[in-house]
Design a protein around this ligand. Structure first.
Ligand code: URA
Length: 208
């Protein structure tokens, strides 16, 4: 939904990652702020070498105000540790900063953000990329890949090889860790877990 320019956070006044982190709490660039608890900005060292970009905060992230602290975050943390990527070089964030959900009884069921929401929130992701200046960005899942590439992206076709973005940053695309959590059969899960780890090994090598 379009907003009056004077209601939009003044981009010129955002001169640091800390400014962006505080300004995002006033974001009304799309309607998702209306029902979410808070905006969830990225976390990690200011000059991290690698930035992982997920889809949007989940239920736990929305309540805590921190990205990737729930089940998907645990899968990501374990894989990062297993392949030997130094956590102190990692910044984690999301393509969309507010949790989109549908209330069902006491539960809040995740809903995928639409193209307009992803586009609106690219403002914040661009600021994070601009201030952190990671060498490597990892898109976790199709929403992040679509946001970063600016076109509809298919994980299967893009994973496994670096993509050089316009500003020279290297992009890798892989599955979202919550995809691994949803695979019902153990064999399939193990296979996808191994592919996910293989993708992260490419990331480790790219920042070595
Ligand atoms: N899933 C995401 O994409 N991001 C989070 O922060 C948590 C779960």
């Amino acid at each position: 939904q379009a907003r009056e320019p004077d209601l939009i956070e003044n981009a010129a006044e955002i001169t640091s990652l800390a400014d962006a982190r505080s300004a995002v709490q006033g974001c009304q660039r799309c309607p998702l702020y209306e029902h979410a608890t808070q905006a969830v900005f990225g976390e990690g060292p200011q000059h991290a070498d690698v930035m992982f970009v997920g889809e949007q905060p989940g239920d736990q992230e929305d309540l805590a105000g921190k990205p990737f602290i729930g089940p998907a975050g645990k899968v990501l943390d374990a894989a990062v540790e297993k392949v030997g990527i130094d956590r102190s070089r990692v910044y984690v964030t999301n393509a969309v900063k507010h949790f989109k959900f549908e209330p069902r009884g006491k539960r809040r069921i995740h809903q995928r953000p639409d193209g307009g929401e992803v586009q609106a929130c690219k403002f914040w992701l661009n600021l994070e990329i601009g201030f952190v200046k990671p060498k490597v960005i990892v898109a976790l899942g199709a929403t992040a890949a679509t946001s970063l590439l600016g076109r509809t992206a298919t994980i299967g076709k893009l994973r496994g090889a670096p993509i050089t973005m316009d500003d020279g940053t290297i992009l890798f695309v892989t599955n979202h860790p919550s995809y691994l959590l949803r695979i019902p059969d153990l064999e399939g899960k193990a296979r996808e877990q191994a592919k996910f780890e293989d993708d992260l090994i490419l990331v480790r090598e790219a920042i070595a």
